[in-house]
Design a protein around this ligand. Structure first.
Ligand code: NAD
Length: 383
């Protein structure tokens, strides 16, 4: 079986789907590896390292994309890239299938077997393949470093000859994967950390990291299928807004990570709350690309409001490409091995990991939510 690793072409994407260490491990299965020349350059993995791991370097994109059995990638492929793929090729990549269902439709039309890293189930069995988690962890860590470097204060408490410095107060909104890593990182830097999540069941995890959990009494179940949050009622919104407003006003750094799958990010920090913060405070809004948790966030920009810096970083995992690629490569490699029997990809759609991740096969879109998303845009889908 021939496995190819594509070079990412989107501006700002510095990750690579497979790193040389993984090529060396997987090559033991007698698979042939083709790596697009320069694929690992932006993540500091040289062409020579891939060659030493047993891969062949390919400069011609047309043959790399068109003659492989499996193509590994990080970001959503462009239309002109999809048209290079041959019928029956297995593509494994982040595909943003709900945000960009048209890409899935193009892959189905091309009769590609597309596996979307986003739709791997969030279960213990699939944990080692869960790229959403591995990349969210990177984002949560980096968000705190960005916040700490933008803050005109120390994070830790310091007792010095020049006086005592009080520790910074950090408030993390959303204690999912990114939020928990942000809490752990802010604690390691010495801040006093408090966190809020609409799902009260995360309280124990927050406290186990040495942070306080800000609690609010809600009269509804806030968790949806798979442990995700639901969009909540107006009453719950109002009660949590009061608590968030209080904590935001007292914080030096606010890190927001709240998401509801398939929806715009909930707007949780208002302009009036920002006006209550001390000048020099910082907000890092990880939901900027989904519309922002904070009023005024502009994805990809740092802005000033009421003396507060609001930072809306985009694609944070790509800003730490060595470890983000290493973790993503492990996820991809574990998925690939899950899909293989007798050294070939053999899809067993009875298996929940295979059936969830595989969004197109043999000309069909296999994911009902993608079909619904296309139907909502007026696109007719067979089957
Ligand atoms: P996410 O990125 O969808 O959301 C981030 C956080 O925002 C969540 O904790 C959510 O509850 C919170 N949130 C949503 N609306 C909010 C609001 N109005 N106010 C405050 N917080 C709000 O979530 P995620 O990080 O992808 O993970 C969600 C959950 O998925 C996890 O907590 C876990 O239960 C589950 N999960 C399971 C596995 C596994 O078993 N392998 C792996 C990863 C995640």
């Amino acid at each position: 079986m021939k496995i190819a690793v594509a070079k990412e072409i989107e501006v700002g994407e510095h990750r690579v789907a497979l790193i040389p260490d993984q090529v060396a491990k997987l090559a033991k299965q007698d698979w042939e590896f083709w790596v697009e020349k320069g694929a690992g350059e932006a993540s500091f993995f040289s062409d020579q390292a891939y060659e030493a791991a047993g891969a062949k370097l390919i400069a011609d994109k047309n043959s790399l994309w068109g003659e492989t059995d499996v193509l590994l990638k990080v970001g959503v492929p462009r239309e002109e890239e999809i048209s290079l793929l041959s019928e029956g090729t297995v593509l494994i990549s982040l595909l943003n299938p709900l945000g960009n269902p048209q890409v899935v439709q193009k892959l189905a039309e091309r009769k590609v077997t597309a596996c979307s890293m986003e739709t791997i189930p969030r279960t213990s069995r699939a944990q080692s393949m869960d790229a959403l988690s591995s990349q969210a962890g990177v984002a949560g860590y980096k968000a705190v470093l960005i916040g700490a470097s933008a803050l005109p204060k120390f994070f830790p408490m310091l007792t010095t000859a020049a006086g005592t410095i009080r520790p910074a107060k950090a408030f993390v909104i959303g204690a999912g994967v990114a939020g928990l890593q942000a809490i752990a990182t802010a604690r390691r830097l010495g801040a006093l950390v408090e966190a809020f999540d609409i799902r009260p069941e995360v309280k124990e995890q927050v406290e186990s990291l040495g942070a306080k959990f800000a609690e609010v009494q809600l009269d509804e179940d806030t968790a949806a299928e798979g442990g995700y949050a639901k969009e909540v009622s107006e009453d719950s919104k109002q009660r949590s807004q009061e608590l968030i407003g209080e904590r935001v006003a007292q914080s030096d750094v606010v890190i927001t990570t709240a998401q509801v799958p398939g929806k715009k990010a909930p707007r949780l920090v208002t302009d009036a709350m920002i006006a209550q913060m001390q000048p020099g405070s910082v907000i890092v809004d990880l939901a900027g690309e989904q519309g922002g948790n904070c009023e005024g966030t502009e994805a990809g920009k740092d802005i000033q409001r009421h003396g507060v810096t609001i930072i809306g970083p985009i694609n944070l995992p790509s800003s730490m490409p060595i470890h983000a690629s290493q973790m993503y490569a492990n996820n991809v490699s574990n998925l690939l091995q899950h899909l293989v029997e007798d050294k070939q990809v053999q899809l067993n759609f009875e298996d929940d990991i295979t059936s969830s991740t595989c969004v197109t096969h043999a000309g069909e879109i296999r994911n009902q939510r993608v079909k619904d998303a296309l139907a909502a845009e007026g696109v007719k889908v067979e089957g």
